[in-house]
Design a binder for this molecule. Structure first.
Ligand SMILES: [Zn+2]
Length: 200
């Protein structure tokens, strides 16, 4: 159903091309939150917690989501800072259980294991993307969350319980990202700024 809809839209709006097959849900007008993911995530292997890894580049993962029969994502941000769009912002993407309707999902090409460092090009690109989304939609900083914040299911492995969703991981630099967005808000509050700019 989702794939068929995407194919029809691609044919009507964009013609044949890379957008063909993009997984898109219903149209929407409200976007009030952003959820940050990593490609890598936990599972249980041989009674031990293992991470799936995040091989390849943003184009690989954009293709994965474009063609996936039911999963979708709005943006993929590569380790080198490349940002690729998949599902349009004004359509629902299936990226976070029970949190899809009014959220934008961003996947970072990253292990998400709490160990791989987040490089500056990727975080700078993410900050730029968050700023551009917030220029279009009034998303409060506190509504920018990690997948692990909004999905608190657990799974058993080797006699222990682990969070099903750990992304973007314990070492994600939330303070740095939020500080960059607060600085942006402070600048946009200057009186010289035209009033039609959003006043979040
Ligand atoms: Zn996730």
């Amino acid at each position: 159903m989702l794939v068929a809809t995407g194919l029809v839209l691609a044919g009507v709006l964009a013609g044949p091309g890379p957008a063909e097959g993009t997984t898109s849900g219903p149209e929407r007008e409200i976007v009030d939150s952003i959820i940050v993911h990593t490609i890598g995530g936990p599972s249980c292997g041989g009674g031990k917690l293992v991470f799936s890894g995040a091989p390849g580049d943003a184009q690989r993962w954009k293709n994965f989501f474009d063609r996936h029969p039911f999963l979708g994502i709005h943006y993929v941000v590569d380790r080198d800072g490349v940002v690729l769009a998949s599902t349009p912002e004004d359509r629902v993407a299936n990226h976070a259980l029970n949190n899809n309707a009014t959220s934008i999902g961003i996947e970072l090409v990253h292990e998400g294991d709490g160990i791989e460092p987040f490089g500056q090009p990727q975080i700078d690109a993410l900050i730029g993307l968050l700023k551009s989304i917030r220029a279009r939609y009034a998303v409060p900083i506190e509504n920018i969350k990690g997948h692990s914040d909004v999905d608190v299911r657990t799974f058993a492995c080797g006699g222990r319980l682990y969070p099903t969703k750990m992304d973007p991981g314990a070492n994600f630099p939330w303070a740095r990202v939020r500080a960059a967005l607060r600085n942006e808000r402070a600048r946009s509050a200057k009186p010289a700024r035209p009033p039609q700019h959003h006043a979040w």
